[in-house]
Structures are given as C-alpha cells and as structure tokens.
Design a protein around this ligand. Sequence first.
Ligand code: MG
Ligand code: MG
Length: 257
Amino acid sequence: MIYLKTDEEIELMRAANRLVGATLAEAAKQIQPGVTTLQLDKVAEEFILDHKAIPLFKGYNGFPNALCISINDHVVHGIPGTYRLKEGDVVSVDCGVKLNGYCGDSAYTFEVGEIAPDVKKLLQTTKEALYVGISNAVEGKRIGDIAHSIQVYCESRGYSVVRELVGHGIGKEMHEAPEVPNYGKKGQGPLLKNGMCIAIEPMINLGTKNVRFEKDGWTVRTRDGKPSAHFEHTVAIRPGKADILSTFELIDQVLLN
Ligand code: MG
Ligand code: MG
C-alpha cells in the first residue's frame, strides 16, 4: 500500500525534514579529528529533543542511538561509540526524526580534514547520483527510472551500487512502500504519483558492490574494505519536478565556514 500525501501532510513532512537538515548541520559543526562518534550522536539527540521531535532511529528494532554513523568502509547503520574521527576519514551521518506525526530522513557523507582524491571523487559522484535520481522522481515515471539512472551514473564512472539496502517510501512511518533501489531497469516498478513521498539514498562503493553485516547486528561494511558513500534526501513526487523536502543548505553553510 503506497500512501499518497495531501498538500498539508507534505508541509508537515517538510518541517520534519528541515529539522533533520538542521540536525545534520549541528553534527557537521562538531566533525573534526579527535571527536568521538558518540559525541556527534549526543549533540544530535539533544538538538532533536530541544525541537520537540522524536529521534526516529533510537529504539528502531533496538538501534541504540539517534544517528547512524558509518566511517570509511562502513556503508550504513554504524552505531556511534568511542571511535575518534581522524584526518582522512569519511563519515556518513544518517538522521531521522518524527515531528508532529510525520517523518524526516536524510544522510550526508562528510570529509574529516583532507581526504584522498579518489575518495573525494566517490563522495562527489554519490551526491551527484542522488540528484540524478531525484531528476527522475516525477509524476508519471516509475521507481525503476530513478533506480536505473543512479546505477548508470555511478557504474559508468567505475563505482558500484550496493544491492542489499534500498531507499523507501516515508510518511507517518519511516519505512513505507515502495522500496526505492539504486539499481534497476527503466520503466519498471511502481508508477510515481503526485503526493508520493520517498527517501532516495544511493549507497555507492569505491570497490566492489559486495557487503557484509557485522556481528553487532547493524553495521554494514564493504567486503573489500574500500570506502563507501551515502547521501539521502526525502522528496515528494510532483508533476514535472520533485519537491525536495530535506535540505543540505544548512550543512553547506557549516562546511563553507
Ligand atoms: Mg536515512
Ligand atoms: Mg532512509
């Protein structure tokens, strides 16, 4: 069952997603060598609670924290802890909140100091692939059009697309139908209709596409140990052009300073 949202609901989704963007920006302010991933999580959780929202990830199937923080060869779902960021790391921060009954979900992969040029290119390409996917997230197209465009964009540049994890519908629940893969065939999958809200989230590897799941039950990492990147926006399907409900604007402001 795919729930189409009313205009009023989409505005509530936008508010939740703007709070996610603001929370990621708060985390971004702290990112530097020596900081633990748990410190980032604490800053984010307090910020979310201060804004009368619920950190969505905390308690989700027993996940212990407000943020998923995934370093270097961690693809997604890393658990914040005592690890201290160091120069050259890449750190994917994924955040979800519920505000006034509606969910927001967005992720950004940050650079810690100077990173290797090939990894920098991976991050750039993954972010670009997100917007390529979003350009196909319009009424009348299909989920496969989004998926295919992301896959072609990344694979033609020598990167690989993780298969085990996908984007998703989002609304009153963080994970709703349909699934939104980052690989697939044009013209296939559910039809995109006005008012559908989906999270598009390419997870792209520098090496091969294969991943393994850690014994902690959460962390997903690349099998070859090479870095992975993850960028995510929540968008509403509209005629002609998607409405991007989450935002990287506040993150960009922090990174420019
Ligand atoms: Mg997310
Ligand atoms: Mg998501």
